[in-house]
Ligand binder design. Structure first.
Ligand code: SF4
Length: 343
């Protein structure tokens, strides 16, 4: 992982508990600026992508709500952070925000308290589903990348510890980074890490500032050894001339590298690309090569998002065919990795 060295830290006074103070002290050379609200930042110099690596915001999360999910998890926990230093061309976390630096929420104990309250209200035992046969699953990384958040404070360690000891709740997150610090935690099989994978040549173009696909694949066995459940997140699947051959090669590499013990417990999820008009326009100035792969109006259709933006996705009938092609490849080459869901 490339180091994160913000030159400016904005903080709200209520974020300065021990964790917040420690984060400020970690970056003593950065300019520290007090603000009233973590989601109302003053004007910041630099484009969207520079801001993601140069600015950190410390805040206190006020809305402590667990939301329904049903796909990657049963529920989405209140966010430990929002934003990420990566600059993936299609990142949904960045949509509709002119600048989106990492905001670290320092009130981890309150966030976990909300999960505790929520899970205790659920019927027990849980009815088994595709997210887990026994435990209620909480996605802890829907608005950030947890591997990056773990660099900023002890909040991820505390969260992994919380779930490790919890009799009913189970954590899960997808990541595009490899942070070896996580290997020193003790997840006790109660945190599922979902390494996000796509063909390496495409990832180099669209997954800006994340860790290389080869590195993510090489980390799979290590994370299993360290006590994580390891799944795969094939997301986003980008369609272009020859995509099937590139996925064939990716699957063959997985066949070679994933240890048999890990294969026996691994599943995956598959999500075809959704992109966004605002992002497309912002990317054109910075990463036009990526856009030629992910903005393909000839095979995409538009959909107005719940926030009013224009999203694009592969045309309905084409998508049905793509899903079948992906499933056939998975069955042929990595049948040990069943698909939990695909869309
Ligand atoms: S790693 Fe994930 S959260 Fe970070 S920019 Fe990429 S898609 Fe967004």
């Amino acid at each position: 992982m490339q180091p994160f060295k913000p030159s400016t830290i904005f903080y709200t006074p209520d974020s300065l508990n021990d964790r917040g103070i420690k984060a400020l002290q970690t970056y003593v050379d950065a300019k520290h600026v007090e603000i009233k609200q973590h989601n109302r930042l003053p004007a910041i110099d630099g484009n969207h992508f520079q801001v993601k690596s140069d600015v950190l915001v410390l805040g206190k999360l006020k809305t402590l709500i667990c939301r329904e999910s049903g796909r990657s998890s049963d529920f989405i926990s209140p966010s430990l952070a929002n934003g990420c230093m990566g600059a993936c061309a299609y990142c949904y976390v960045d949509r509709n925000k002119p600048v989106n630096p990492i905001t670290l929420f320092t009130n981890t104990e309150e966030i976990l308290g909300a999960v505790e309250k929520h899970v205790q209200k659920q019927a027990w035992p849980k009815i088994p589903n595709q997210t887990h046969a026994k435990f209620y699953t909480y996605d802890i990384g829907c608005n950030s990348d947890i591997s990056v958040d773990a660099v900023l404070s002890d909040s991820v360690k505390e969260t992994v510890d919380f779930f490790a000891k919890h009799p009913k709740a189970f954590a899960t997150f997808a990541t595009k980074f490899v942070n070896p610090e996580l290997l020193t935690y003790e997840p006790a099989g109660k945190t599922r890490i979902r390494f996000s994978l796509m063909p390496a040549t495409v990832s180099k173009l669209v997954d800006v500032r994340t860790d290389a696909i080869e590195k993510r694949i090489a980390a799979i066995n290590d994370f299993y050894q360290a006590g994580y459940e390891v799944h795969l997140n094939f997301s986003p699947v980008i369609v272009y001339e020859g995509w099937q051959q590139d996925y064939r090669e990716l699957f063959e590499k997985l066949n070679q590298e994933v240890h048999p013990q890990v294969k026996a417990r691994m599943s995956c999820e598959v999500i075809f690309l959704t992109h966004n008009q605002w992002q497309h326009e912002a990317n054109l100035a910075i990463n036009p090569k990526a856009e030629s792969l992910i903005w393909t109006p000839e095979n995409q259709e538009t959909k107005r998002s719940q926030f009013g933006g224009i999203n694009v996705r592969y045309q309905y009938q084409l998508k049905a065919q793509l899903v079948q092609e992906f499933k056939a490849l998975q069955q042929e080459i990595i049948p040990w990795c069943p698909i939990r869901y695909i869309f």
